[in-house]
Design a protein around this ligand. Structure first.
Ligand SMILES: NC(=O)c1ccc[n+]([C@@H]2O[C@H](COP(=O)([O-])OP(=O)(O)OC[C@H]3O[C@@H](n4cnc5c(N)ncnc54)[C@H](OP(=O)(O)O)[C@@H]3O)[C@@H](O)[C@H]2O)c1
Length: 385
């Protein structure tokens, strides 16, 4: 029998983590080797009983200690330290790393596994804003591709597989527009958390759903695409597909436009990444007349603060991009916790990035320090609102 491919998932209790497990349910040639979460130990316990991993990792110490009192008959190892987690995913006991935790927490784990030539499937887009250029340098040095899970980037990755980056004229990544697209800022002052979490086309975790409502998610994705594919951010544009069926379009210098479209089911890009370079028969729900549902409309970036902020951060460059990410992370969290208004999110981010004096050459420790400092500055600004 052919050996099963062993998979470690960082953030297995989140939306993408669960979708990955759902793909593995249908594809018995994968075996789950490591599951991990931040603090949702109840969900993790259920997953352990079903998937029987050899190792687990719980980021939050309090949750980890509480978890040790659970009575689980099956034997497995609880990894205590981040460094041990990084050693495990890059060891001979693992083949594939799925980075699907929210925020930047998976960065050192991705780097460790990348260097050991493990297959790297990444949903955690924020790591590219923190340290993207360095990650891509490592990817090049160790000749190990990063396979994106984000549907738009999975699309671009596929479209560039048989084409040259130098021949790209423009890349369009689609946005549904989120729940408030087309509404005036002044009409959004009383938006409640539940309204903002009501995404029209995708079911996702809370942070990314709020980012979709402010359009910051699409801005972040412009930076993610520029970094992963080494394409100038000026060539990457957002475009509206209200139904989220077309994920990305690449326009080439010879006048051809290639599209990547599928029904909006994250298991499709996840299955693509896990099985890359093989194509696997994947049964998702059927949409009658799928091709007739495809439609696009232009987006005017100047009308949307999220894009203005992202273009500003890209122009400033260096640490400004990580600072944008840190400020946005905290501002979204403050909104989710009911401490600031929806319309304050991007105003707070603007204040933070415009006060930041960027630095351009840094190691991971330095940028992590700036990231933490920015988080504190952002919390203080939010407290004063
Ligand atoms: N959802 C989508 O459709 C989608 C599409 C493309 C890309 N993405 C990206 O994928 C990532 C995850 O999104 P999601 O929607 O799945 O988020 P989510 O549902 O909020 O799940 C986040 C996961 O990360 C874990 N986590 C959080 N902080 C952690 C830490 N410090 N260390 C280890 N694990 C940690 C969480 O554990 P607990 O459960 O214990 O909190 C949970 O398992 C994000 O970067 C997002 O932008 C998502």
């Amino acid at each position: 029998m052919v050996n099963k491919k062993r998979v470690s998932i960082i953030g297995s209790t989140g939306f993408i983590g669960k979708q990955t497990l759902n793909v593995v349910d249908k594809q018995p040639w994968f075996k789950i080797e490591l599951l991990s979460c931040c603090r949702n130990i109840k969900e993790l316990k259920k997953q352990i009983s079903k998937y029987k991993p050899s190792n687990i990792y719980i980021e939050c110490k309090k949750a980890r200690e509480k978890f040790k009192h659970y009575n689980i008959k099956y034997k497995f190892n609880i990894i205590e330290k981040k460094s041990e987690l990084n050693d495990f995913v890059s060891s001979d006991s693992n083949d594939i790393l799925v980075a699907s935790s929210s925020g930047i927490s998976s960065i050192d784990t991705v780097i460790a596994a990348l260097k050991k030539k493990k297959k790297i499937c990444v949903a955690s887009k924020e790591i590219f804003l923190l340290y993207g250029k360095e990650i891509m340098k490592i990817s090049k040095k160790f000749n190990n591709k990063i396979i994106p899970i984000d549907s738009e980037h999975s699309g671009v990755f596929q479209l560039l597989e048989s084409n040259k980056v130098e021949d790209v004229k423009k890349v369009y990544i689609t946005a549904s527009g989120g729940p408030f697209y087309g509404r005036k800022i002044k009409d959004l002052s009383k938006i409640k958390k539940q309204d903002a979490l009501n995404h029209p086309t995708w079911k996702m975790g809370d942070k990314i759903t709020i980012d979709s409502a402010t359009l910051m998610n699409k801005g972040i994705e412009i930076i993610e695409a520029a970094t992963i594919f080494n394409i100038s951010s000026d060539k990457i544009c957002p475009i509206i597909d209200k139904k989220s069926k077309i994920h990305s379009i690449v326009e080439f210098i010879d006048g051809n436009y290639l599209f990547c479209a599928s029904i909006n089911d994250m298991r499709i890009p996840i299955s693509y990444a896990l099985n890359y370079p093989d194509k696997i028969n994947f049964k998702s729900k059927k949409i009658p007349n799928f091709l007739e549902t495809l439609s696009l409309s232009e987006i005017n970036e100047k009308d949307h603060k999220a894009f203005r902020l992202v273009r500003y951060a890209l122009k400033k460059g260096g640490s400004t991009i990580a600072v944008l990410n840190a400020a946005n992370n905290i501002a979204v969290n403050e909104f989710l916790e009911g401490r600031i208004k929806f319309v304050d999110i991007l105003n707070v981010v603007e204040k933070v990035i415009k006060n930041h004096a960027p630095i351009y050459n840094y190691k991971l420790n330095k940028i992590l320090y700036i990231y933490k400092k920015t988080e504190n500055i952002t919390r203080k600004i939010c407290n004063k609102l």
